[in-house]
Design a protein around this ligand. Structure first.
Ligand SMILES: [Zn+2]
Length: 661
């Protein structure tokens, strides 16, 4: 019996141990699972109400939440920032007030928290703050300033106009491109001084024009980072991806104003093409260019539609397109007639000041206003409370500086004088060195008054060679021709400063490349050498070319009453022309680098290139061409091929029949 009891007890004991083990194995899991269900926080739900600049975030009572963290993000930024906490979950305390918020578009998110037990975030809620301070709003715009900050209105004058209008209006200031290039202020700082001044004036938005790229792509993107305002463009892209936002929405006077940026696709050939290529010469940057213009129109329409979808009350086009015939199909008329939804069109690039009304593709009238160049005018746009849009210009005499005439004194006038001082200092900076005098004068001969003879308009000189080589090098062209009249002063041996170089080419002519036939090139040389050995401003200094001038033959060039070339009636004085050692072929086409003055504007009467295909149009300032050649290609040292003041033998004058034989 005892044995039986014993066995029973032992069995019970085993069962008990087994039961306890099961408990130990199973219970803890059950307990922790139960605890989870008890403490886990719910997902908070929120609502947002905006009243002026006071924003209230209301959080619905959330299961198990002990406190809440409120996060906010402004449009354009990628990161939510912690704004603060709501400490209690009492029914009256679940409101969070954001105050003093700047006008703009925001997103808010709330995270429910409970110690270490975890957290959950609400969905993001978007809201907009647009204070209506009772003032109406006004847009001021500039374009094609081209570093002319101390001309016309001047930046100090622009600031004064803006400040004065700001007393009565909410003022937005925008720029339509070609701001950072055009004068030594831009050249010597690679655009930086202009960006600093624009920051000081207080621009709200800008777009790139074709000349924003004159210092290279990397440099422009660097400057865009330094700008205290966004650059926008709906068509500037890298391999199809937009580089900047296509539009930006500004909140003023209780309204949402969308600005859409449009950059002319002509930029590819109106700035240095290689800046838009990768190292292998493939284009990677572009402007939605195609033959029909459809790609550009679609990009603009897309941006306008997106801005409308985002609730824009008005859509303002900020364009660098212009009205020139050679910009078709990308002129402002082309874009307006192929799109809808644009309320007013602020344009630049062609330096005109035209006000034109063009019907859009729905037949709705769109006002287009441009504001000239070098701050001769400031454009304005007004939209009254009834939504009526008007636009026009404040105009000034561009030959007068408002800063000087009015004796303007404001924060900008101080900053501007500092900038001018530092640019003047920079002019003395040494860029290169030469062991040889680079000359426009005969080193020996003097005229009857004992003055040096300026031979750069009669014959080859080493400075002429250098200038022409710079054009050919920077353009990557077969040949280059530079007019002797465009080479103004000599450069003495020793250190070469920025000032020395700018003085050589002070006119602001722009590097241009065309495709010309051998015949056109021969005619150009004949025209340029028609007075040799007498002087003429159109005398050609050349690169990639050699030729003879048979001065015993009279020129048979003909010209019209404006001294424009019309033809050649007899034997050519220019003979034995070679392109890089090969005889010039009259029927072959060559790439020819020069400047806009000679190739596009018939400067010095050169009309033979009219109608030539333009490969690069006005891409870089002449003195920038020389600076880049000396600094980058020659590495700051003028080489021995420029040692002879009469040049390295590209142009040979054949003075008599006997010589010729
Ligand atoms: Zn332009």
């Amino acid at each position: 019996m005892l044995k039986i009891i014993n066995r029973f007890l032992r069995a019970k004991c085993i069962l008990t141990i087994a039961f306890l083990m099961v408990l130990v194995l199973v219970l803890p899991q059950n307990i922790s699972k139960a605890a989870d269900e008890v403490i886990a926080v719910g997902r908070p739900r929120i609502s947002v109400s905006v009243n002026g600049d006071s924003v209230i975030v209301t959080i619905k009572k959330t299961e198990n939440a002990a406190r809440y963290a409120v996060y906010i993000k402004s449009a354009g930024s990628t990161k939510y920032e912690l704004s603060g906490y709501v400490e209690k979950d009492g029914s009256k305390k679940r409101k969070y007030k954001l105050s003093g918020i700047e006008d703009g578009s925001y997103a808010v998110k709330v995270k429910a928290l409970n110690g270490n037990a975890g957290s959950k975030s609400s969905k993001a809620h978007n809201f907009v703050v647009s204070k209506d301070n009772g003032k109406d709003f006004m847009i001021l715009f500039t374009s094609d300033v081209h570093c002319g900050v101390d001309r016309g209105f001047t930046y100090a004058g622009l600031k004064a106009v803006k400040d004065s209008l700001s007393k009565e209006h909410n003022v937005l200031l925008v720029d339509d491109g070609d701001s950072i290039q055009g004068e030594p202020l831009g050249t010597l700082t690679k655009g930086e001084a202009m960006i600093e001044l624009m920051n000081a004036v207080g621009y709200d938005v800008a777009i790139p024009g074709n000349h924003e790229f004159d210092y290279g792509m990397d440099r422009f993107l660097e400057l865009a980072d330094k700008a205290g305002f966004p650059y926008i463009s709906c068509n500037f892209n890298k391999e199809g991806e937009l580089v900047f936002a296509p539009y930006v929405i500004k909140y003023v006077s209780g309204k949402k104003i969308a600005f859409v940026g449009i950059t002319t696709p002509k930029t590819i050939t109106s700035s240095t093409p290689k800046y838009f290529m990768d190292d292998n010469g493939n284009f990677i940057y572009g402007f939605m260019q195609d033959q029909s213009g459809e790609k550009l129109y679609a990009a603009v329409q897309n941006a306008v539609d997106s801005a409308r979808k985002e609730g824009a009350d008005y859509v303002v086009a900020m364009a660098h397109l212009g009205n020139e015939a050679n910009c078709v199909p990308w002129t402002y008329v082309d874009v307006i007639t192929h799109t809808n939804g644009i309320d007013v069109f602020l344009d630049g690039h062609s330096h005109d000041t035209d006000y034109v009304v063009v019907n859009n593709k729905d037949g709705q009238p769109v006002q287009r206003q441009a504001c000239g160049t070098k701050l001769a005018c400031i454009g304005w746009v007004n939209i009254d409370s009834a939504g009526k849009i008007s636009t026009g210009l404040y105009t000034w005499n561009n030959n007068e500086s408002a800063l000087k005439l009015l004796g303007l004194k404001n924060d900008l006038s101080d900053i501007m004088s500092n900038t001018v001082d530092s640019v003047n200092n920079k002019l003395e900076e040494v860029v290169a060195y030469s062991d040889y005098d680079l000359t426009i004068f005969d080193p020996v001969a003097k005229d009857e008054n004992g003055n040096p003879i300026r031979i750069v308009r009669m014959t080859e000189t080493n400075l002429g060679d250098l200038c022409a080589d710079a054009y050919r090098d920077q353009a990557g062209a077969d040949i280059a021709i530079v007019n002797g009249g465009g080479i103004r002063v000599s450069i003495n041996k020793g250190d070469i400063t920025y000032r020395d170089i700018i003085n050589v080419h002070p006119f602001g002519n722009m590097l241009t490349v065309v495709e010309a036939t051998g015949q056109q090139i021969l005619d150009a040389l004949e025209w340029g050498c028609r007075t040799t050995p007498s002087s003429t401003g159109g005398f050609p200094q050349v690169s990639g070319l050699t030729f003879e001038i048979h001065t015993y033959l009279d020129s048979t060039c003909t010209a019209d009453e404006n001294k424009m070339f019309t033809g050649i009636t007899g034997e050519y004085r220019v003979k034995n022309v070679k392109v890089n050692g090969e005889p010039l072929d009259p029927d072959k086409t060559y790439t020819l680098a020069s400047h806009d003055y000679m190739l596009l504007n018939n400067g010095d009467g050169y009309t033979m290139f009219d109608g030539c295909k333009v490969l690069q149009e006005s891409v870089k300032l002449d003195n920038q061409v020389l600076i880049d050649y000396l600094e980058e290609t020659l590495n700051g040292k003028v080489s021995e091929k420029y040692s002879d003041p009469y040049g390295d033998g590209r142009i040979v004058a054949v003075e008599g029949f006997e010589d010729f034989r």
